[in-house]
Design a protein around this ligand. Structure first.
Ligand SMILES: [Zn+2]
Ligand SMILES: [Zn+2]
Length: 334
């Protein structure tokens, strides 16, 4: 064995880079953290120093009021950490600011993907395939059953439901960071330029995306318009608001939800979703396997989801792989 990669190891609360005394996406506050992106299961407040892209730091400042110790690193820039470790942030195509982190030490290259997808997304730069020795990949949708349809098809379903129900509104549950903005940008790309209505909880993140250079068009708050004006309109809300008291003041909503989990009928039923939209910001099965083929690492470490099936796929394709048992990652950002 020429290389042992003892300098990077998986602890239950995250990946630890020993020579730099630094963690990647740690589950609890640490002295120095590299953060791949702003979702709550990766980005936490309270670190002494938080190293991330400027966009991720802006998102963290908004969500967790973490400003102290923020150290921005732009895509493509290399930061020298203590102990002779270099860290480079590379686009991951997941949400605005999301990055894979390339770690280099003693001639060895390790990439931590964080969450990623391979489909084009008008709200963030695309995933860049980068060679490395060890590729630490997420596997949120790591089962062959998960094959996300083209987003154009799901957007068309949403627009059809709106056109077919002029007396009702279409209420779409979408996570506040990433999914909501991508949905809006894709509606615009499909030629829908009418006002889109927002639950108040989505407003600040949408405004931040716009400040960071992602135009979202005419957005209005539900709270600012009378009920009658919402008939025939598309409204976005956090998933938790789909069935709560807030939605009762809307004109007979067609309930929709944008999530990779909408592939699973039971999940749609649990939330009383009439119109499931299979839209995910994570790689599906084909994207996970083709990405491993393209990156072609000496070894893949699989985390953060359904490790077993992807591990088996690697074995069948004569690729070295192992599963990492990290805690604290959730489905929050699906
Ligand atoms: Zn995420
Ligand atoms: Zn995640």
């Amino acid at each position: 064995m020429a290389k042992d990669f003892a300098w990077i190891r998986a602890e239950p609360q995250g990946l630890f880079i020993a020579p730099a005394d630094c963690w990647v996406d740690p589950a609890r506050p640490v002295a120095r953290a590299l953060v791949t992106h702003g979702h709550a299961d990766h980005a936490r407040g309270g670190h002494g120093e938080t190293i991330a892209t400027p966009q991720t730091l802006a998102i963290m400042a908004l969500r967790y009021e973490t400003r102290d110790g923020a150290r921005p690193v732009a895509y493509g820039e290399t930061l020298r950490l203590p102990g002779g470790v270099d860290a480079t942030f590379i686009p991951a195509g997941h949400v605005l600011g999301s990055a894979q982190i390339l770690l280099e030490h003693a001639g060895e290259r390790v990439i931590v993907t964080g969450d990623y997808k391979r489909r084009p997304d008008p709200t963030c730069p695309p995933f860049l395939v980068t060679p490395c020795d060890i590729f630490i990949t997420e596997a949120t949708f790591g089962l062959p059953v998960f094959r996300h349809p083209p987003i154009e098809q799901e957007i068309a379903k949403l627009l059809d439901a709106r056109a077919a129900n002029p007396e009702r509104c279409v209420l779409v549950g979408a996570y506040a960071l990433g999914k909501a903005q991508r949905l809006i940008a894709e509606l615009r790309r499909a030629g829908y330029h009418a006002p889109l209505y927002l639950h108040g909880a989505l407003e600040r993140m949408c405004r931040l995306y716009e400040e960071l250079g992602v135009p979202l068009g005419d957005l209005r708050l539900v709270a600012d318009v009378p009920k009658a004006a919402l008939a025939g309109q598309i409204i976005l809300c956090p998933p938790g608001a789909l069935n709560d008291r807030w939605s009762r003041r809307l004109p007979d909503p067609v309930t929709a939800m944008a999530s990779g989990w909408m592939r699973v009928r039971q999940r749609a039923r649990q939330r009383n979703v009439e119109l499931p939209l299979v839209i995910s910001d994570h790689a599906d099965w084909d994207e996970l396997t083709s990405t491993i083929e393209q990156v072609d690492p000496a070894e893949s470490w699989i985390t953060h989801g359904r490790e077993d099936a992807l591990l088996r796929w690697c074995e069948l394709h004569q690729r070295r792989a192992r599963a990492l048992a990290l805690v604290g990652y959730e489905d929050e950002d699906d």
